[in-house]
Design a protein around this ligand. Structure first.
Ligand code: 13P
Ligand code: ZN
Length: 271
């Protein structure tokens, strides 16, 4: 059996949590990540028949039956993942139609997966229907996106159009836009269902006055999505109180679409 601490998926998870903390997106225990793993890859590093504990999830997700996820622990600090991955992360297999998760490695202090597990698992189901290659769901609290939800209209189209206008390449990176949810109680199945619904049409979902969810094929892509949206929000927060002299027009956005071979969300640009 190979050493799981040397597994590429574990190294990448440690690097990503460390980097997110360094970006200031994950104060204290803020934020959480779930990464879908290949069964064959998992079995190189551990005996999948040895279940350490079974943890109840409180929801159903039959589409994920038998799937393996590396998930950050609830209450754990991203800044500490690099020093004690086995305490701050866990590797689970979804069983019983999603109602239980079998712990195969990690949560070594008796902990469990993030309190946002419903939003993560339901979002995986939603995104994999759109893109079967989706493997990552990432949640964090970037300051500028959060700040924007206090001063900007929360309509998803209006919010997205503002972000697209803040940096030329935004529309190229997230042509599907950003969906915005109003404030909701976090850590519940209800916010999980609402987030997954929004994930049907966009890979970024803002939780007003809380943070953002991103989904993607790998950790790099998902990090990059959030990073780009957060940069745009930062520019918005720098200029929103100043008289606007110019912006990126919809005609220019159409040039970007043609040049980069992307298609903006239907109806979100003027023709
Ligand atoms: P967890 O510590 O349970 O992952 O919660 C952090 C968070 O960001 C809740 O939204
Ligand atoms: Zn949060």
């Amino acid at each position: 059996m190979k050493n799981i601490l040397e597994a590429p998926f574990l190294i990448e998870m440690v690097r990503t949590t460390t980097n997110m903390y360094a970006h200031g997106w994950d104060e204290r225990n803020g934020g959480n990540i779930s990464l879908l793993l290949d069964e064959a890859e998992v079995k190189e590093y551990l005996d999948a028949n040895t279940v350490l504990r079974t943890i109840s999830t409180g929801f159903k997700a039959p589409e994920l039956e038998g799937k393996y996820f590396l998930v950050t622990g609830t209450g754990k600090y991203f800044k500490n993942v690099q020093y004690a991955p086995e305490v701050n992360l866990g590797l689970v297999r979804i069983v019983d139609g999603g109602e239980n998760a079998e712990l195969l490695w990690g949560y070594a202090d008796g902990g469990k997966f993030t309190s946002e597990f419903p939003a993560h698992m339901m979002s995986h189901v939603a995104r994999r229907k759109v893109n079967p290659e989706n493997r990552v769901v990432m949640h964090c609290h970037p300051a500028n996106l959060l700040a924007m939800t206090y001063v900007h209209d929360l309509d998803s189209r209006a919010f997205t159009r503002t972000l697209w206008q803040m940096c030329t390449e935004c529309i190229v990176v997230f042509p599907d836009g950003v969906n915005v949810l109003p404030w909701m109680l976090c850590g519940t199945n209800e916010i999980g269902v609402a987030t997954a619904k929004e994930m049907e049409t966009a890979r970024l979902v803002v939780w007003s006055q809380h943070g953002i969810y991103g989904a993607g094929a790998d950790l790099d892509e998902t990090f990059g999505l959030i990073e780009t949206a957060e940069k745009a929000a930062e520019i918005y927060m720098k200029i929103a109180h100043l008289p606007l002299k110019t912006t990126i027009t919809d005609a220019q956005m159409h040039l970007l679409e043609a040049h980069f071979g992307v298609k903006a969300r239907e109806g979100w640009l003027e023709p």
